[in-house]
Write a protein that binds this ligand. Structure first.
Ligand SMILES: [Fe+2]
Ligand SMILES: [Fe+2]
Length: 326
């Protein structure tokens, strides 16, 4: 059911806009000193370009098929950034002042995130194992299809989602970094490690926004948290698809990620536990009856989901993605 933003939520967001204007930048790196994709990959203007590409391709040669597929899926997810920026820029209580703290935050966050798709895309382009037009078509599909997370342009629900999602991407990029390093792929490992560190900072930002909302509007925030947990945090690439009508692309991508331990149902439960702790859900006071009920639901959820996740069997079947050559 679509709900308009209640005046109190609008007021809370307007109040916090001034704070975010002052504090948002502490969760971002300065552009002057920030890493850029061009520093991490061979650059065509360098004399040693072809030698460097050879080293890169040598490191990528033995990369596990599933891991490469997960990397492509992660890259497409990052490349769908225009969808996320549009989604955030439409939020009630956020969109009203183009030069206000919230919109400034969204632009600066987007600017940092934009490097992720760039660096990973260029890595895939250079590694020599990717059918580029197929991979690029999947990116175009995902952006054109968009996504609907049923957050109803509500900043409480949306920033709850982004808190969760930034933690999830931190985990998955970090694990790809570790697995790449194990296979001797130091270049990719460094890239994914840096991307993961950005995601961790972004997670802290969104967690801090929600923390403030909990302080100011405890009951409403609890209801929003419960609502998102009931809906489940679906991945932004849920609608992932491939050229030629390949079916189940997202399911295949997700199976590969689970099989490798890059992102699993256990991680989902652990993120939930972390957020419950971060936001002191257990000890918050001043809840109304429906807020108390929402808290009960949230507090019991991790154990319930952990029991379910124990029973989930990861299918052991051969996966095929059009993005990968061979
Ligand atoms: Fe990212
Ligand atoms: Fe992110």
């Amino acid at each position: 059911m679509k709900q308009a933003l209640t005046p109190s939520r609008q007021e809370v967001m307007l109040f916090l806009e001034k704070e975010v204007e002052l504090t948002g930048s502490k969760y971002l790196s300065s552009i002057e000193t920030n890493w850029q994709p061009g520093e991490l990959l061979p650059v065509a203007s360098n004399e040693s370009f072809f030698e460097e590409v050879k080293i890169l391709q040598g490191q990528a040669e033995n990369m596990d098929y599933d891991l490469l597929a997960v990397l492509v899926g992660d890259t497409i997810t990052e490349e769908a950034l225009p969808t996320y920026e549009t989604w955030l820029g439409a939020l009630e209580g956020v969109k009203q002042n183009v030069h206000g703290g919230w919109m400034k935050w969204i632009r600066s966050w987007t600017a940092e995130e934009n490097r992720h798709g760039d660096v990973l895309n260029r890595y895939l382009y250079l590694c020599g194992r990717i059918d580029m037009p197929k991979f690029e078509a999947s990116t175009q599909f995902l952006i054109a299809d968009g996504f609907d997370l049923d957050t109803n342009n509500d900043p409480y629900r949306t920033f709850m989602y982004t808190s969760f999602q930034e933690l999830a991407t931190n985990i998955s990029h970090r694990r790809v970094a570790t697995l790449s390093k194990k296979s001797g792929n130091t270049m990719l490992s460094k890239i994914c490690g840096l991307v993961a560190a950005d995601e961790a900072r972004h997670a802290n930002a969104y967690i801090s926004f929600i923390n403030r909302i909990f302080e100011i509007d405890t009951n409403e925030m609890m209801l929003a948290f419960e609502d998102m947990m009931r809906k489940k945090i679906v991945m932004p690439a849920q609608a992932l698809r491939e050229l030629g009508g390949e079916i189940n692309t997202f399911a295949n991508f997700s199976d590969a990620a689970q099989r490798l331990g890059v992102y699993t149902a256990v991680d989902y439960v652990n993120i939930m536990r972390d957020l419950i702790k971060e936001w002191n859900i257990e000890s918050l006071t001043g809840l109304k009856e429906n807020g108390e009920k929402a808290r009960d639901y949230i507090m019991k959820l991790p154990d319930r989901m952990a029991r379910i996740s124990e029973r989930i069997a990861i299918p052991d079947r051969e996966l095929k993605f059009s993005w990968i050559i061979g």
